[in-house]
Design a protein around this ligand. Structure first.
Ligand code: ADP
Length: 487
């Protein structure tokens, strides 16, 4: 029956554990897979992001460049000089490349202009054709070749005006084919020194066909630095995630194993309690039967029977009282009534209660003189000390030497119960203060108990702001020490 119970409990815990495993591992594996893909794609993603960012800026710059050309043409129409204009001459006998543009310019109003790009023998040039009033009366068209090297020099300035805090360099880049007239522009571009990497490029429309604007970030591989930083961050986050999962897993496992142990302790406790209840109940039934059958003949025998009955009933009620006590403490229903108490007075009360229990051993009491009074609930504290004394009697051999000592300890008072019993084994030392826990040695197994006494004592002492300690040597004895703060 019991084995069955344990197996099903174990199964429950295993099931909970498997659920936990699935619930945590599956999403984390998915997350890691996602992370790995993200890490692998990081470089491409950074490059795409950079290109998108700079494309938008290049479009702005493109408009600025075209506006700047319009300004240059406007300066020509007003007869002003402009650094972008190489020279100004009247358009005469229009060269074939400009013939069609010249016709369109001829119908422009005065002050109007046209921007034209030409390509002759692979050489690209840009012109502004400006319609102006002729000095001799009438109208004429002026032709102004544009200085593209000067324009290239202005592009960074235009960019600077629009994007003052920009890290990238913006440049005008010439068409790929080698063009003699663009040598100056090429030189300029070369001088600007391009030890960066172009992250975005936008072709320019007429009259600058073939030319492009480029955004260049410093360094050999700007995406690499960003990608490296992001990758490191991903990996760090993944490591953090796993550390978190690991810690959570560990903590959950600990809780599960605690819950499992506690549930086993409870099972043991129920078995124990049933046994504890059965022994006095059997005696009660036996003595009651003896009396009912009239097997006790002499008045002496009858009296003995009645005495046994009452002592067994007493044992039962004590057991029940202990259980109720624990449940009151657990649920927080037990209130402490703290009163200023002199230590000798407390020990006297304990001595009276101890004698009333008629235990098979006495103890020696030592009180250091001049102890300060304590602020305690006398009944509760007496219960704690009596419980320790009771354990000392229970867990010592036939030659019992038990001492109760009260002395000063630091700022408080220590009440110690010392015995010459078997001591508590190292593996049990921490656990004996846990509820329902009973030592696993032969002596504890063969002694009556619920595993609640020390747990109740610990709770009561802690409710007084004190603590309970154990000093023990296997084979030599134990000292349980209650440390209480003074009033
Ligand atoms: P119980 O005595 O009902 O088992 P306790 O909480 O009082 O419960 O004690 C818990 C366990 O601590 C005991 O089962 C026993 O193994 C151990 N113990 C308590 N007091 C002593 C002592 N004086 N000497 C040796 N072992 C002790």
């Amino acid at each position: 029956m019991r084995a069955m119970h344990e197996t099903s409990e174990l199964l429950d815990f295993r099931r909970a554990f498997i659920w936990l495993l699935c619930g945590m591992l599956l999403p984390s594996v998915a997350l890691v897979a996602f992370g790995v893909v993200a890490v692998a794609n990081e470089r491409a993603a950074v490059e795409r992001r950079l290109a998108e960012d700079y494309d938008a800026r290049l479009r702005v710059l493109q408009r600025a460049v075209l506006e700047r050309l319009d300004q240059a043409a406007f300066a020509v129409s007003e007869g002003r000089r402009d650094p972008l204009v190489a020279f100004v001459a009247p358009l005469q006998g229009s060269p074939p490349a400009l013939a069609e543009a010249a016709q369109r310019a001829a119908v422009l109003p005065i002050g109007g202009h046209l921007l034209v790009g030409t390509e002759t023998q692979g050489e690209r040039t840009a012109y502004a054709l400006v319609r102006v009033a002729a000095p001799e009366g009438g109208e004429r068209t002026l032709v102004a070749p544009l200085d593209l090297a000067a324009l290239a020099a202005e592009v960074p300035k235009l960019a600077q005006q629009r994007f003052p805090r920009e890290r990238a360099d913006f440049r005008l880049i010439p068409p790929r084919e080698p063009v003699a007239a663009l040598a100056a522009l090429r030189r300029f571009v070369a001088e600007a020194g391009n030890n960066g990497t172009i992250v975005a490029r936008a072709s320019l429309p007429s009259p600058l066909e073939g030319f492009a604007l480029a955004a260049e970030l410093p360094g050999d591989d700007p995406a690499a630095a960003v990608a490296f930083r992001n990758r490191t961050l991903y990996i760090l986050l993944l490591v953090l995630l796993y550390v978190g999962i690991g810690v959570g897993f560990g903590l959950t496992l600990r809780e599960i194993s605690r819950a499992y142990k506690l549930s086993r302790l409870k099972t043991d406790f129920v078995a124990n309690i049933s046994h504890e209840l059965r022994t006095p109940l059997t005696s009660v039934r036996l003595f009651a039967e003896t009396l009912r059958e009239g097997r006790a003949e002499s008045p002496q025998e009858v009296r003995e029977c009645v005495e046994m009955l009452s002592s067994e009933a007493e044992r039962l009620s004590k057991l029940v009282e202990k259980l109720l006590d624990w449940s009151r403490l657990e649920s927080g229903r037990r209130m402490l009534e703290l009163r200023k108490t002199e230590v000798p007075q407390l020990l006297d009360e304990i001595a009276v209660a101890y004698r009333a229990q008629q235990l098979p051993a006495s103890y020696q009491s030592e009180v250091e003189p001049g102890l300060p009074p304590l602020d305690v609930d006398r009944d509760a504290m007496a219960q704690v000390v009596l419980n320790l004394l009771h354990n000392a009697v229970k867990y010592t051999g036939p030659d019992k030497r038990i001492r109760l000592r009260a002395r000063k300890a630091g700022k408080g008072v220590a009440i110690e119960v010392e015995d010459n019993g078997p001591g508590v084994r190292p593996q049990d030392r921490k656990r004996i203060f846990e509820r329902f826990y009973r030592g696993d040695d032969l002596l504890s197994r063969s002694t009556e108990g619920t595993g609640l006494g020390l747990a109740i004592s610990k709770k009561i002492v802690e409710a007084h702001g004190g603590r309970i300690e154990l000093e023990t040597k296997v084979g030599e004895g134990s000292t349980f020490r209650i440390l209480l703060p003074v009033a």
